[in-house]
Design a protein around this ligand. Structure first.
Ligand SMILES: *Cc1c(COP(=O)(O)O)cnc(C)c1O
Length: 365
């Protein structure tokens, strides 16, 4: 009998992400307002679209396996050497590479229970163990708890999303420096900064690599290129070198490299997206206050509305779905009483506000 390896066989079947396409298929609907995956409501930069469109006829070529031009542009931005940048097919691929290279089978990694799930997904898939640490009661990441657990387990990797998904909370540069110092020396800090551009720029870690840290960045959120699948890691060269040995040489789409490079030249567009996102976040906060659904402070392009119990949050997500609005909710307490809603464009926000208000009027809150 043909069987998968025992690590894979031991993983229960199931999928960490159910896409909106399947939800639409199963419910027989043609369109939904997509506010469930923190995709940019503002699209890619017109410069990125033009550059990618112009190169489409050359999709018969492989992309540059070194992503040389993009790494060069990124290195300049980050005050880093080219060898301190690794371009991957999104942060999701990078998380897998870090796990594969730095978490031996049977070793332990530490992460928050209920944070962005892809890290744990890779850790389990490569035969590692994940020690989870609960969020604090206020819905923020328990940095002290993560550090003490990493020390207790002598963890190989500690994963931290900052700003965090799904809470939206953010720890400033000082807190992160203290946190790194509290981890065992042998622990790699995998810092997922998918939403960093949305946080207060004066509170961010300096733009450079840090010893013992792999910083993960993406073009999926601010730059609106989620479907192109491109992101990168910033780390000391000795942390990236092992990944070069096993990475998928042609894993990064050629067109994605071209779009990402063009996106980097359009700072005006990125600034505009940031401003519009901040306005949208403020609108959500006001909407939550009006409807009696307090919002959690967010440094991202999404906001959590507190529905005060898991049951009510489940009911609100389902009621929104029935009205054609796709959102998601955190799965684990204390955040499971919230719904997580991506900041849409102006029209989508109005649509969402109308539907949420109607639901709140009907579901006794
Ligand atoms: C969206 C998201 C990602 C995915 O990034 P890709 O570059 O699209 O793979 C990674 N981490 C967090 C925390 C996210 O929310």
């Amino acid at each position: 009998m043909i069987r998968p390896n025992s690590t894979i066989e031991a993983i229960p079947a199931g999928e960490p992400f159910v896409g909106p396409e399947r939800i639409m298929r199963e419910r027989g609907v043609q369109a939904m307002l997509r506010l469930g995956a923190n995709e940019s409501a503002f699209g890619p930069s017109p410069k990125a679209i033009a550059a990618m469109a112009a190169e489409l006829p050359r999709l018969s070529w492989y992309g540059d396996p070194d992503s040389y031009s993009l790494r060069s542009a990124l290195a300049e931005r980050w005050n880093a050497a080219r060898d301190e940048m690794l371009v991957t097919s999104g942060i999701d691929e990078l998380l897998g590479l870090v796990v594969r290279c730095f978490l031996a089978p049977g070793e332990t990694a530490v992460a928050s229970a209920g944070t962005y799930p892809t890290f744990a997904y890779h850790a389990v898939g490569y035969g590692g163990r994940v020690e989870s640490v609960a969020y604090r009661e206020d819905g923020r990441i328990d940095l002290d708890g993560l550090a003490s657990t990493a020390r207790r387990c002598n963890a190989a990797i500690c994963y931290l999303a900052n700003p965090d998904n799904p809470s939206g909370s953010f720890a400033d540069a000082e807190a992160i420096a203290r946190f790194r110092a509290a981890l065992p020396e042998r622990t790699l800090l995998l810092l997922d900064e998918a939403y960093a551009e949305f946080a207060d720029p004066t509170a961010l870690l300096e733009p450079r690599p840090f010893p013992g840290v792999v910083r993960a960045r993406t073009f999926s959120k601010l730059y609106g290129l989620a479907g192109a699948r491109i992101g990168y890691g910033l780390a000391p060269q000795e942390l990236l070198a092992p990944m070069l040995k096993v990475r998928l040489q042609y894993g990064v789409n050629r067109n994605a490299q071209i779009g990402a490079l063009a996106a980097l030249t359009d700072d005006a567009f990125a600034r505009d997206v940031l401003e519009r996102t901040a306005r949208g976040r403020a609108e959500y906060v006001a909407l939550g206050a009006e409807l009696g659904l307090p919002t959690l402070e967010s440094s991202t392009n999404f906001v959590c509305f507190d529905c005060s119990s898991r049951e009510r949050a489940d009911a609100v997500v389902e009621a929104l779905l029935r009205r054609g609005v796709w959102t998601r909710k955190p799965g684990i307490a204390p955040l499971d009483r919230c719904i997580r809603v991506t900041v849409g464009d102006e029209g989508s926000r109005e649509h969402f506000a109308t539907e949420l208000s109607a639901i709140c009027a009907r579901v006794a809150m």
